[in-house]
Design a binder for this molecule. Sequence first.
Ligand code: NAD
Ligand code: KPL
Length: 305
Amino acid sequence: MSTHWHVLGAGSLGSLWATRLARAGLPVKLILRDAARLAAYEAAGGLTLVEQGQEQRFAIAAETLDADTPIERLLVACKAYDAEAAVTRLASRLTPGADLLLLQNGLGSQDAVAARVPHARCLFASSTEGAFRDGDWRVVFAGHGFTWLGDVAHPQPPYWLDDLTLAGIPHEWNTQILTRLWRKLALNCAINPLTVLYDCRNGGLLEHHCEVATLCAELAELLECCGQPAAALDLPSEVERVIQATAANYSSMYQDVAQGRRTEIGYLLGYACAAAARHHLNLPHLSRLYNRLVAHLTAKGLPST
Ligand code: NAD
Ligand code: KPL
């Protein structure tokens, strides 16, 4: 019998992972916030995965944060700003040598989580898969993609990557996961805030080519200064390519703001600007972009951290 997967956060990505693991016959348990959420989940009869118009419901077992079952493998699928507090609540349930897989976008939350669970192995992930909820306990698999996983402390992959293969989750072990996370952070910093400020789809940034190029130059300088020269390679052309390829889409930050949800700014542009400050690096356009975004979010009554 394979080790249980505990999935913390039954949102978009957590539900996408949990349903695919369950569909492969692997033991999965959801960890929900409290008894009210657990009762609502049980009343719904499980999680529904919508894929290519087909719906399938999985009656995955669930428990609350306060349960006392031991946790050997934890998929952390909360937003970056919730991850540290949620994992802290579970720290005493982790078995010695437990593995955590952190799905958060951006940077900063991974180190904060790892510091809370020094005896566990924390793997970082970067994913291009896309999912959203179209109702409570329902997830739509919107964009096929890929997930890279790695461990900044140990180059050896865990044996349980086979579970992901069984579950049909496209993945690859990556010994340079920080480089991948920095690269994604830079892409998100060059694209997402401007889509919010110009109120446009990604393709709308084609009209702001010079501004994007200037930001890319500053981001590349930051990546090099932070010891990530590989993440800086050809950044402007990669950003242009992503803008073209996703021209019809609204960025994830745009969607968060449009729906009045908290953004992950503190783990993207906020993290980048804090890193620049730590290195005494003057990046005026990036810093102005951050200030404009903070002002915009504040005016909308949204948190800016
Ligand atoms: P989401 O908001 O849909 O889901 C997060 C879930 O975590 C919510 O259900 C929330 O209630 C739950 N949660 C928060 N705190 C909790 C707690 N203390 N106990 C139990 N549950 C708790 O978010 P998402 O879109 O799945 O994103 C998760 C992470 O994955 C983010 O960092 C995001 O940037 C990243 N990501 C998402 C996608 C995507 O397509 N959705 C793609 C790539 C990366
Ligand atoms: O990842 C993205 C997002 O919207 O968060 C892309 C499409 C790359 C834009 O930055």
